[in-house]
Design a protein around this ligand. Structure first.
Ligand code: SF4
Length: 342
């Protein structure tokens, strides 16, 4: 069904968002078909990259999504922002479920949610100067009336992200990695979005630059009130920036809650294992091997029965091998999916 564009725009402006929740994700699923056959391809299974993920992001707050490579955190981010279409579930953004909207219906929401990728070089057009790249969205969405006005907005924004106004005429290859990530951030916030998905934004940067970018993200959030989804495998960075955290394993969230609580009192054996594996910046501190995870992540095409973590878990019970554990509330700000707490 075609939805009148004016009606959609009006809806974005007027929908009342209760408790300042910007994004509410409910039972989000993204399955990729696995094909076989040379001439006639048949679907022989599915990679369940995201399989029933639920969480919310509040205005001016950061939700951190952590887990090993391949756990589905990037696919979750891309499904939310509709770079890929979810298989099922609800993505309630500013009070409207955008999971099933077509491209025309999505257009007014596109400017209000942005994404920053790990590698800024691959997301910037090498043939466009920074001024040209940043003026495109301003002119296309009619946020400015002329190129001259766009240039004024861009110069102010470059200063805000820690660059110089004269950088407007330079090209991406003339910047360092940290500067390019600042430009990617400037492009993400130029239309004043409500939600920014940060997909490993500091992973390709060295440690001192990482700290600068994290501090910049926090100051921009304080000034503009954006909600962030911060996707990373770096637990120390996630702990520093996040208000709430979800720990993902093989497409599902296994532990969820307030960041301080998750990091000071981790309950799920997988979360404990991730924390035990995080580097300690002191060579004199001896690492406990008690919670270390052994074994490999099982294939997402053929996940184990019961709790997906049971082949690697030291604490497994008989029930763990046959039934998936429900998400159990252990406090008002802490949930865990594990039979140890049932
Ligand atoms: Fe381990 Fe069982 Fe908890 Fe899964 S449900 S993490 S196998 S104890």
């Amino acid at each position: 069904m075609q939805v009148n564009q004016k009606i959609v725009k009006e809806k974005v402006k007027t929908t009342k968002v209760e408790k300042a929740v910007v994004l509410n994700v409910k039972d989000l699923k993204k399955y990729f078909p696995v094909k076989s056959g040379f001439l006639i391809q048949k679907t022989i299974g599915y990679v369940k990259a995201v399989d029933g993920v639920s969480f919310e992001v509040k205005k001016g707050k950061t939700f951190g999504l952590v887990g090993e490579s391949g756990c589905g955190k990037t696919t979750t981010g891309r499904s939310i922002i509709r770079l890929i279409k979810p298989t099922a579930g609800v993505v309630e953004f500013l009070g409207t479920n955008i999971a099933d909207l077509n491209e025309k219906e999505l257009k007014p929401y596109r400017t209000k949610m942005q994404i920053v990728f790990q590698d800024p070089m691959s997301s910037l057009n090498p043939r466009l100067s920074i001024g040209e790249a940043l003026s495109e969205p301003l002119l296309y969405h009619k946020r400015v009336k002329s190129k001259a006005e766009a240039n004024m907005v861009i110069k102010d924004l470059l200063v805000k992200v820690g660059l110089k106004p004269y950088h407007i005429d330079r090209y991406p290859h003339q910047f360092s990695g940290g500067q390019r990530q600042r430009i990617a951030l400037a492009r993400a916030i130029i239309l004043k979005p409500e939600l920014v998905i940060l997909d490993e934004p500091t992973s390709s940067l060295d440690v001192s630059i990482q700290a600068q970018i994290i501090n910049l993200l926090l100051s921009l959030q304080e000034e503009m009130g954006m909600g962030y989804i911060f996707i990373s495998h770096d637990l120390s960075v996630v702990r520093f920036i996040s208000d709430e955290v979800g720990v993902m394993y093989l497409g599902r969230i296994v532990e969820y809650g307030q960041s301080d609580e998750i990091f000071t009192n981790p309950l799920h054996p997988y979360t404990k294992g991730l924390l035990a594996a995080a580097p300690i910046p002191d060579p004199k501190v001896k690492r406990s091997k008690k919670d270390m995870i052994t074994g490999k992540v099982p294939s997402p095409i053929n996940r184990p029965n019961g709790c997906f973590f049971h082949p690697r878990c030291k604490y497994k019970k008989a029930v763990c091998e046959s039934e998936y554990p429900p998400l159990i509330k252990v406090s008002d700000t802490h949930w865990v999916s594990c039979y140890l707490y049932a």
